[in-house]
Structures are given as structure tokens and as C-alpha cells.
Design a protein around this ligand. Structure first.
Ligand SMILES: [Fe+2]
Ligand SMILES: [Fe+2]
Length: 146
């Protein structure tokens, strides 16, 4: 079984965001393999860096959708995105300057908890907004192609 086992009920009701969340879990699983099977600092560093970059891409996409949906009060949610970006940057810097100081197991447990909470607790509260947006864009497509 994978370190993070993706389930269909993790869906937040929008295909792009679901794809991003799945991709994030795959990168964390890759990091798990790198740490667990001692694949070396270069692999761990490169994987941490792709995780940080994909997290930034995902948050930018998610925040655009939140604005499009007109979600009220997403300020704290967006702040939590900035906090996790800063934390990942700290992990990445620590690993590139003194890799021996990075506790890989603690990092992975942190990432697993963070991703599950980010999807199931934080993003899931906007599911109905994302579903409305999905329906609206389908209507938009029908108008465009008819
Ligand atoms: Fe998300
Ligand atoms: Fe989010």
C-alpha cells in the first residue's frame, strides 16, 4: 500500500483540483520512497523541490477558482496556503544546507497529515461552490459550441 492511498471520496468536486491533490499525494509518495529506500540526498532534495513548486502551482489555481466562485471569507484559508509554502521552503533550505538535520520520517508524517487536512477539512468546505462552478462552465461550453 502506498504511503498516501488516494481515495475517490477525497474529491472536492472539481476535476482540476482533484488532479492536483492526486499529483501532490504522488510526489509525497515519491519522497517517501526516496527517504525509506535511502535513495540519497540529491533525490530527496529534487523531490522536495518539485513538491514545493507543485504546491505553489496548486494554490495559485485553487485561489483563482475561489475568487471565481465568489467564496466569502477565504482569507484564513489563503493565509494557511502561505504558511505551508513558507514551511516547505524552510524544509527545502534545511535539507540543502544540512541534510543530516532533516528528520525524514517526521517530515513525511507532517506532509501526510497536512495533505489530508488540506483536502478533507480545508478544501472540502468549498465543495458546493466548486460544483456550482463546474455546472456553470458546462453551461458556458454548451452555449459556446451550439
Ligand atoms: Fe487544495
Ligand atoms: Fe486549499
Amino acid at each position: 500500500m502506498a504511503f498516501i492511498d488516494w481515495k475517490s471520496d477525497f474529491s472536492v468536486g472539481h476535476a482540476d483540483l482533484d488532479h492536483d491533490h492526486l499529483r501532490l499525494s504522488q510526489i509525497i509518495n515519491r519522497l517517501y520512497d526516496a527517504v525509506e529506500f535511502d535513495q540519497g540526498n540529491a533525490v530527496v532534495g529534487a523531490t522536495l523541490s518539485s513538491l514545493r513548486r507543485y504546491v505553489e502551482t496548486h494554490f495559485a489555481r485553487e485561489e483563482r477558482l475561489l475568487t471565481l466562485c465568489g467564496v466569502p471569507d477565504a482569507v484564513e484559508h489563503v493565509r494557511s496556503h502561505r504558511r505551508i509554502e513558507a514551511t516547505l521552503e524552510d524544509f527545502e533550505n534545511l535539507h540543502s544546507h544540512s541534510p543530516a538535520e532533516l528528520d525524514g520520517v517526521a517530515l513525511l508524517e507532517f506532509l501526510r497529515k497536512w495533505l489530508i487536512n488540506h483536502v478533507l477539512r480545508d478544501d472540502m468546505q468549498y465543495r458546493e461552490y466548486f460544483e456550482i462552478l463546474k455546472k456553470q462552465s458546462r453551461v458556458g461550453d454548451e452555449l459556446r459550441y451550439n
